[in-house]
Write a protein that binds this ligand. Structure first.
Ligand SMILES: Cc1cc2nc3c(=O)[nH]c(=O)nc-3n(C[C@H](O)[C@H](O)[C@H](O)COP(=O)(O)OP(=O)(O)OC[C@H]3O[C@@H](n4cnc5c(N)ncnc54)[C@H](O)[C@@H]3O)c2cc1C
Ligand SMILES: *[C@@H]1O[C@H](CO)[C@@H](O)[C@H](O)[C@H]1NC(C)=O
Ligand SMILES: *[C@@H]1O[C@H](CO)[C@@H](O)[C@H](O)[C@H]1NC(C)=O
Length: 501
């Protein structure tokens, strides 16, 4: 009798073991199980292939190179739903992605093949604090709407120079704003982040609470948590001067020396900002120089910008406006829908560096890509001053750890835009070879700078490895503290991960 009971006990243990762990059968839920669980938990938040919302969300990106095939799209309305989803996802093996403004043009960085796409479309709140010193913004917002809202109060917050760019991606990578020479990275002006941690807990990170996490989120990307609200400092800036100059290609030398002297001299007036670019348009078989000019104030005739306004121009829209109006006007010129690729290059602010970048870029594009009839290729030179870097340090510092002693810099981004998928790989390869040639030349002439800006980087470029002050090690410690099981490192698709650096 006794032995029979023991025998049956053993048998049921074997059966139990084999039913919880049969060979070759996944012990964790499939993607569709996760979608179904979330659908039950939060009705009307899950969308499957074939539905209109699924298609709209999967194509709600700036560059079609990022459209993918998620198993389902989750569209939460609030942080509690995001937290609930994180708990479900943490119990599965499946990958997921989060999409803010969808402007990072790298496939798999904010979308997923086969996993769950979390789209923040409905988390689009914008709310000014009672004393108007800060504005709370949801991760579904884009900068243009934030500026429109703040304009009614004569206020601005630091964010993108293009209105269609998303709030979360830009801030988690730093963020270069027209106001950065006064106030640092856009992220240096975040007062608090509301974050869903890997445990599903919702915390607020600020200078007072979870200050290590607060610091990490100012440029550490998506390795730490999902941000469900950004509280941003506001500044008075009711009237500005802004617009875009177009300068003929005959002005190479004058244009480049003007850009270099702005980097050294003009930018000492922290209210002035420019985005000089080389713009190559295959359709018109033309190269033009352009520059956005910006001044935080009503008086447009400014010594800091006068070398630019003195250049011979094909056209100019520079004049009195507001940040919101300027941004709305330029957004019309860069609509979503064409394929896009970026890479970043970084130098000291000298004419020598600019000439090297200019010549290698222009001849590389002409020699290798000029048969692509709708190609647009550009390089934007972003002058980064000592004041910019120091402003961030004064506000508590950020993980970028850019060295102020070697400033000013130019952080440059090459952009390529085209429409036929068959050119994708060729453009990526040519861009990489142009970058390699530029870096080689800058290195040989002592003009290469270290920092590589996350938000302008292309896939495969080293970002965190070039953060200063030993900050990568600190980022890794903070990652281990807040996400010990590596959920956001291993299961949250794409982006640069501090653990991979
Ligand atoms: C036309 C154009 C203009 C630009 N202008 C500027 C500029 O003026 N200044 C500047 O600094 N940069 C600029 N950028 C670069 C821009 O900052 C980056 O592309 C940025 O990643 C875009 O943010 P997003 O929310 O739109 O990105 P998304 O593609 O939605 O996301 C980017 C990354 O952020 C992560 N992420 C998104 N939301 C969250 C969240 N809530 N929590 C955690 N992680 C999240 C995603 O995982 C992804 O890896 C520009 C880009 C373009 C295409
Ligand atoms: C304007 O150009 C002159 C001549 O090259 C230069 O000396 C000066 O520093 C420039 N000024 C600014 C503000 O860039
Ligand atoms: C190129 O990329 C930079 C940085 O990401 C952005 O500021 C700029 O608007 C882009 N230019 C075009 C023409 O898309």
């Amino acid at each position: 009798m006794r032995s029979t009971v023991a025998h049956l006990g053993l048998l049921s243990a074997v059966v139990a073991a084999s039913s919880t762990c049969p060979p070759d059968y996944p012990t964790k839920p499939y993607p569709t199980d996760v979608c179904q669980t979330l659908d039950k938990q939060y009705p009307e938040t899950i969308f499957y292939p074939g539905s209109k919302t699924y298609k709209d969300e999967n194509e709600n990106y700036w560059s079609p190179t990022t459209y993918s095939n998620p198993a389902c799209v989750f569209v939460p309305s609030n942080a509690d739903q995001v937290a609930g989803a994180v708990k479900v996802l943490a119990n599965s093996d499946i990958k997921f992605a989060v999409r803010g403004g969808g402007h990072m043009p790298i496939r798999g960085y904010a979308n997923t093949d086969g996993g769950v796409l979390i789209a923040f479309t409905k988390m689009d709140q914008i709310e000014l604090s009672e004393d108007k010193s800060s504005v709370s913004v949801g991760p579904g917002q884009k900068w243009g709407s934030v500026y429109n809202y703040l304009e009614l109060h004569g206020l601005i917050a630091l964010g993108g120079r293009v209105g269609l760019v998303g709030v979360p991606g830009l801030l988690l990578g730093g963020g270069i704003s027209f106001y950065s020479n006064q106030h640092g990275f856009a992220s240096d002006n975040v007062v608090a982040f509301e974050v869903v941690l890997a445990s599903g807990k919702i915390v607020t990170a600020s200078a007072e609470k979870h200050s290590d996490l607060f610091w990490a989120l100012k440029g550490g990307g998506n390795s730490f948590g999902i941000v469900t609200r950004f509280d941003l400092a506001t500044f008075n800036s009711p009237k500005v001067c802004a617009g875009v100059l177009q300068i003929p290609s005959t002005q190479r030398d004058e244009f480049l020396s003007t850009v270099a002297s702005f980097g050294q001299e003009g930018s000492k007036d922290a209210k002035a900002a420019v985005i000089p670019s080389i713009f190559m348009l295959r359709l018109l078989d033309a190269t033009v120089y352009t520059s956005a000019l910006f001044y935080d104030g009503e008086k447009c005739d400014q010594p800091a910008l006068s070398n630019f306004t003195a250049l011979p121009t094909l056209a100019s829209t520079y004049g009195p406006t507001t940040l919101a109006k300027y941004v709305a006007g330029t957004d019309a010129l860069i609509p979503p829908g064409t394929r896009q690729h970026f890479q970043v290059v970084s130098s000291f602010a000298t004419a020598e560096a600019l000439e090297a970048v200019h010549d290698i870029f222009v001849s590389g594009v002409k020699d290798e890509l000029w048969d692509i009839l709708d190609l647009q290729a550009s390089v934007a030179f972003q002058p980064i001053t000592k004041q910019f870097v120091e402003a961030g340090v004064k506000k508590g510092g950020n993980p970028q750890g850019v060295d102020p002693s070697k400033a000013p810099y130019f952080w440059m981004v090459q952009n390529f835009s085209w429409s036929n998928e068959k050119y994708d790989q060729r453009i990526v390869d040519v861009c990489a070879s142009i970058t390699a040639k530029i870096n080689k030349k800058l290195d040989a002439t002592g003009q290469k700078a270290q920092y590589q800006y996350l938000n302008d980087a292309g896939e495969g470029q080293s970002v965190f490895q070039n953060y200063g002050d030993g900050n990568l090690a600190k980022l890794k410690e903070i990652r281990a503290k807040y996400d010990p099981a590596r959920l956001f490192t291993d299961s949250l698709n794409g982006g640069w991960k501090v653990e991979d650096a």
